[in-house]
Design a protein around this ligand. Structure first.
Ligand code: ADP
Ligand code: MG
Length: 331
């Protein structure tokens, strides 16, 4: 017998994610009631993932549940905020129990890892699409904005951008890699991105501006620079690339992907020169997984330098593997 909508919600979503004491009323009534801590601002973000647009048809349901939450948590991380609650709007072609159970498991595992509660949502029938809204908080007036940077600030990026774009290309059969461990690592970087929440919160002490990297580092660093009224200079040789990506595509393509691939969900942030030593002492780069990649400077646009020469990289529509890339949820 097919599941009713009520039974589906009870079974898969009533106990999904963390249990929090600031949720007097969660799933089950007409709306949720939430208690925000005094002295904080509410931080809200929403993103939609559509099958065939933001993830390949037939993707593992655990990955869809994880990614739908991760892309939203990444926006909260970029604000220097702490997530608390999420709402899930799910459009499904049919009530497939095996799919729902994998989806809810992927979502719940990541939500619990970050102490996030699922407090409500909506369930409808139609082509597969997942919308998650995340709510969190930040001490009033301390959120990290894209617009806070100044010329002279040092630019950093977390993680190893480019991996997820190669992972997606592997999923779609546009890339082949003979090393199975490298291929598995890259695939997982697309399927299970880790939002940099702990880093984002700590950066409130040091960063002047921050953005999460979802559409490619070059474009997103450009958005931060533009919002801050600056240009930026990035150093090609400073881009952190993973061994797996190097092995999969070679050094030159790895750097290209690090600059223009999407779906990384890392943080790109600016730190005033005067705070760089304190940042690196308090949050050692190796331990926290970030690297210095350039500077904000007077002017407009982002230039990438190889030693002292500016290199030419087209910002948009870069065709990495001869097939259409999947746009990020921002598109
Ligand atoms: P309404 O018609 O009032 O919108 P629904 O039947 O859509 O009520 O939802 C009933 C309850 O289940 C609400 O508390 C709603 O937030 C919750 N809910 C519905 N779908 C989901 C979902 N996919 N995930 C989490 N909670 C959900
Ligand atoms: Mg409803």
């Amino acid at each position: 017998m097919p599941l009713t909508e009520f039974a589906l919600i009870e079974r898969f979503f009533r106990d999904c994610g963390a249990v929090r004491c600031d949720v007097p009323l969660g799933v089950g009534d007409d709306a949720a009631l939430l208690e925000t801590p005094p002295g904080t601002q509410l931080v809200a973000a929403v993103d939609t993932l559509v099958e065939g647009v933001h993830f390949p048809p037939g993707s593992p349901p655990e990955s869809i549940g994880h990614r739908a939450l991760a892309v939203n948590l990444s926006d909260i991380a970029a604000m220097g905020a702490r997530p608390a609650w999420v709402l899930l709007s799910l459009t499904l072609p049919r009530a497939d129990e095996a799919w729902l159970s994998g989806f809810a498991a992927g979502l719940s595992r990541l939500a619990r890892a970050h102490d996030v509660a699922l407090v409500g949502g909506d369930t409808t029938r139609g082509p597969l699409s997942v919308t998650i809204q995340v709510l969190g908080h930040v001490p009033a007036g301390t959120a990290l904005l894209r617009s806070g940077g100044s010329a002279g600030d040092v630019l950093f990026v977390s993680g190893t951008p480019g991996d997820a774009a190669a992972g997606l290309a592997l999923e779609q059969g546009r890339l082949r890699v003979d090393s199975e461990p490298a291929a598995g690592y890259l695939r997982d970087r697309f399927r299970f991105p880790e939002p940099r929440l702990a880093l984002g919160e700590r950066l409130r002490e040091f960063a002047s501006a921050c953005i999460d990297v979802s559409d490619g580092l070059l474009g997103d660093a450009g958005k931060l620079a533009a919002a801050s009224g600056c240009g930026a200079r990035l150093e090609l040789s400073a881009l952190p690339v993973s061994d797996a990506l190097l092995r999969a595509v070679g050094a030159s393509r790895a750097r290209e992907l690090a600059l223009t691939g999407g779906d990384d969900y890392e943080l790109c942030f600016a730190v005033p020169q005067s705070r760089v030593a304190a940042l690196q002492q308090t949050l050692p780069p190796r331990e926290w997984g970030y690297a210095r990649i350039g500077v904000l400077r007077e002017g407009q646009g982002v230039q990438v330098y190889d030693a002292d020469a500016v290199i030419d990289i087209s910002h948009s529509g870069f065709d990495h593997f001869g097939g259409a890339a999947t746009p990020s949820p921002a598109d």
